[in-house]
Design a protein. Structure first.
Length: 120
C-alpha cells in the first residue's frame, strides 16, 4: 500500500478521518466549500485514493468511501521518509534541526523533556 500522499489526497483523507465513512457526494460538497474544488476534481482524487488502496468504497447505495489507513500511519510514513531523505536516517538530526530553527515556548520545551523522559 502506497502511503506517500499528494496534498490533494490528504485533503480527501482529512475529510474521512474527521467524519468517518462519507459519501463521495458529501466529500465533494465539503471540499468545494473548503478549497473550491469541482465535483469532478474531487471524484478524480477519490479514484486515485481507491487505486492506492487507502480508501475503500461501497457503490451501493451512495458511493460511500471509508478510510483504510489512519492519520497516524500516514504521519509515521511521511516522518520516516523525511528523516531518511533530509536527515541521513537519523531522527536526532531532525529534532536538532527543529530545536535550532524554531523558538519554542517554555511549555513546548517542558513537553519535549517529558517525552524524552518517558522514552528512557
Amino acid at each position: 500500500m502506497e502511503l506517500k500522499l499528494f496534498d490533494s489526497e490528504l485533503k480527501v483523507m482529512e475529510v474521512l478521518w474527521k467524519g468517518g465513512d462519507t459519501t463521495a457526494k458529501d466529500i465533494a460538497a465539503i471540499l468545494r466549500e473548503q478549497v473550491g474544488w469541482s465535483k469532478t476534481t474531487t471524484y478524480t482524487v477519490i479514484k486515485k485514493c481507491i487505486e492506492k488502496g487507502i480508501i475503500s468504497r461501497r457503490k451501493e447505495p451512495y458511493f460511500v468511501c471509508s478510510p483504510l489507513v489512519t492519520r497516524e500511519q500516514v504521519r509515521e510514513f511521511e516522518t520516516t521518509e523525511l528523516i531518511n531523505k533530509m536527515y541521513d536516517g537519523t531522527a536526532d538530526n531532525l529534532v536538532a534541526s527543529i530545536l535550532e530553527n524554531k523558538k519554542l515556548s517554555k511549555e513546548e520545551i517542558q513537553r519535549l523533556k517529558q517525552l524524552v523522559e518517558n522514552l528512557e
